[in-house]
Design a protein around this ligand. Structure first.
Ligand code: C2E
Ligand code: CA
Ligand code: CA
Length: 663
């Protein structure tokens, strides 16, 4: 600084104070959510006819050197109080003003008394004057600073931390003092790149977590303003809204810009709104509830867990409270997994196979997703492979209850009817013919087709080439041939077509899958893929002499059989009259309903009788004697075993049919 300027400041300060050259300029502070003026900051200006307008950084260092800064501050505070009184007396809406205190104010005078006396002298309500203390001075004379800050608070003044983030100890200061508002240093905004955006976002979020209001300084552009508003910063200040100006000019400037003034009685209302943290994962919790959250595991409402997978073992390295809550409802993971101590090593056999498959495919593909139903609720398990090393990899899991979080887009497709299908199918996909794209609604075992969604023909070719057994590839392409699809659906008579193809399941193995495509809505088809082999498994089990009946409850078997259209099934009385048939039977032989066959014999239906049928009829032990085979359509005949119990006889027939028709 020029010596002449320094000398001018030293020599002229006292008279400048007296003759009105030192003035308070007012810079507007705008509430982001309302766009209204909510306060001013008073900034000192020395208006000199010779030197022009001197800025604080020119004269403040000299005053601090001379330990006369408190004289400036008490002068500015007096000016501010005088202005407030003028506003009140003239019936204008009084606008709160924040004033700056210097480090030396705390040692050179009793700054609290200086402020409080002026405020009393002008009879200003204490909540119209805010005290700004810059963070850089707080570390000094800690005991004294604490005492003074407490006195301001007790007397009803708000105390704000100025220039937050400019010094070295901002976070410690936050911890040690209870400020009402944080003024974020304007350097955060100097380049609004990705990093500074993230930092700002984190600070706003943190401030709300500890219930401190936020104000960003140095806002110069609309882009900065919009960003700050969107992350929930409550107030903004900067040249974009107006530079510091004499009071009347500042008001005129705002009027020109169409900025209205916030009414004092609305202040608390807006302060309450400002407490909402749009960035929070628990935005609906109020302050009291938030304070009750004591552990980090409770702080995130996103249900998260981290699982480490090794060859034969796994460990749950982390899970939060939300994840455990969802796990309780979802019968996805067995008891052991649920009760696992963090980090405990468990046998991989305890983890359900489909979860293991999902995690392994996540290791290979980076991401994974599985939907399933448990206790009539939808769950979504989303996964991301976050790290891997030789022999181990870690997957971050998010377990969402989609039924509760109805905002999940996919649930809009899941009406009550579809819900039932979830347990029965491997994969359910919507095929939108107009948009030429697919939407996977449910992906069970395989996560193929969760990436590309557009171009049905190309997807079918890709699926056939990569997922289908060579001998079945041509057939599945014909199955998915869009050009003939409509005609085939019409010809089917029931708006659905189906086919069985061998598909890749794991480790290069192929398994039979039944594909069903049906009309869902105009232009939209529903594709259901169904594990044909799984359907066979219980039949095989019951066929063996020592079958464990508990493992295949008869009612489940029966339900599957009745609904199956892969298995064609019927049962008869001693006179070989049909007692019942299943859906597969009706569809295959072209009957409209079971009433067309019930009570009739094969002869009455015009069918030949299989030679085995008459011999089984002779058995006195069977209640369902005959396994007549209608040859009317296929011309094939099937052997059945003699002298079985009712269920065994039927099951045997079905297995044979299945084996012949499917494999
Ligand atoms: P501060 O308290 O951080 O005040 C904000 C400074 O940023 C002001 O400079 C203001 O004019 C400037 N500013 C406002 N909006 C913008 C913007 O959009 N872009 C940029 N680049 N700058 C902006 P000013 O008035 O020169 O004051 C400088 C510093 O001097 C203040 O920083 C404050 O620490 C101190 N000060 C000002 N008046 C007083 C006072 O009466 N007493 C004390 N103790 N210190 C004061
Ligand atoms: Ca300030
Ligand atoms: Ca500042």
């Amino acid at each position: 600084m020029k010596e002449s300027l320094k000398q001018f400041i030293r020599a002229g300060f006292d008279s400048a104070l007296q003759n009105g050259s030192i003035q308070a300029y007012y810079q507007p502070v705008i509430r982001t959510i309302s766009g209204r003026l909510c306060s001013f900051e008073a900034l000192a200006r020395w208006v000199d006819p010779e030197f022009g307008i001197l800025r604080p950084d020119q004269f403040i260092p000299v005053l601090e050197q001379d330990k006369r800064i408190h004289l400036l501050d008490s002068h500015i505070i007096r000016e501010v109080c005088r202005q407030l009184r003028r506003s009140i007396d003239s019936g204008e809406t009084p606008i709160p003003v924040s004033v700056n205190l210097s480090r030396l104010d705390f040692s050179c005078c009793d700054i609290f008394s200086v402020v409080d006396q002026q405020v009393s002298a002008f009879q200003i309500p204490h909540d119209f004057l805010y005290i700004e203390i810059t963070e850089s001075i707080l570390g000094e004379q800690e005991g004294l600073m604490h005492e003074v800050v407490d006195r301001f608070h007790e007397a009803g003044y708000q105390v704000w931390m100025d220039d937050f983030g400019s010094g070295y100890s901002s976070l410690n200061m936050l911890k040690d003092y209870s400020f009402d508002e944080l003024k974020l240093d304007m350097r955060f905004l100097s380049s609004l790149d990705r990093r500074s955006r993230r930092i700002l976002t984190s600070i706003i979020h943190m401030a709300k977590e500890i219930d401190i209001h936020t104000l960003a300084e140095g806002v110069e552009t609309e882009e900065q303003f919009l960003y700050l508003r969107d992350i929930g910063c409550e107030k903004v200040q900067g040249y974009y809204f107006g530079a510091p100006m004499p009071y009347a000019k500042a008001l005129e400037h705002l009027r020109e810009k169409g900025v209205a003034v916030e009414l004092p009685l609305h202040r608390k209302y807006y302060d309450d709104l400002g407490r909402i943290d749009f960035l929070s994962s628990l935005p609906l919790l109020d302050q009291k509830e938030r304070k009750q959250l004591v552990t980090a595991r409770q702080l995130n409402s996103i249900p998260l867990a981290l699982v480490e997978m090794r060859r034969d073992f796994f460990s749950l390295l982390f899970s939060n409270t939300a994840f455990e809550q969802n796990l309780r409802g979802a019968e996805l993971l067995q008891e052991d997994f649920r009760n696992a101590e963090p980090g405990a090593t468990l046998a991989l056999a305890l983890m359900p196979e489909r979860v293991v498959n999902l995690l392994k495919s996540t290791r290979d593909k980076g991401l994974g997703r599985m939907l399933f139903v448990s206790h009539d609720e939808y769950y979504e398990l989303k996964t991301r492979c976050v790290a891997r090393r030789r022999g181990a990899f870690c997957v971050l899991m998010q377990l969402n209850n989609l039924s509760q979080a109805s905002q999940a887009a996919s649930t809009t497709h899941l009406d009550e009817g579809l819900r039932q299908l979830y347990t029965l199918f491997d994969r359910i996909t919507l095929i939108d013919l107009e948009k030429d794209c697919i939407t996977p609604l449910y992906v069970g075992r395989t996560d193929y087709l969760t990436k590309g969604r557009e171009g049905i023909a190309a997807l079918a070719v890709d699926f056939a080439r990569t997922q289908v057994f060579r001998e079945d590839q041509e057939r599945i392409l014909q199955f998915y041939d869009i050009s003939t699809l409509d005609a085939r659906l019409n010809a089917s008579g029931h708006n659905a077509i189906s086919g069985c193809f061998r598909c890749l399941v794991s480790d290069g193995q192929y398994d039979w899958k039944q594909f069903i495509v049906m009309r869902y809505r105009p232009g939209i088809l529903l594709e259901l893929i169904h594990d044909a082999r799984a359907e066979l498994a219980p039949f095989r089990l019951c066929e063996t002499e020592n079958a464990d009946e508990n493992n295949c409850p008869p009612e489940m078997l029966w339900k599957n059989l009745i609904q199956s259209d892969v298995v064609r099934m019927f049962w008869k009385d001693r006179e070989r009259r049909f007692l019942g048939v299943n859906r597969g039977f009706l569809e295959y032989y072209g009957f409209g309903s079971d009433q067309d066959v019930i009570g009739k014999t094969d002869e009455e239906l015009g069918w030949h009788v299989h030679p085995f049928a008459s011999s089984t009829r002779a058995s006195p032990h069977t209640t369902s004697p005959a396994a007549a085979y209608p040859t009317g359509k296929t011309g094939r005949s099937l052997p059945t075993r003699r002298r079985f119990s009712t269920r065994r006889a039927i099951l045997s027939v079905c297995s044979a049919v299945l084996l012949t028709e499917v494999f």
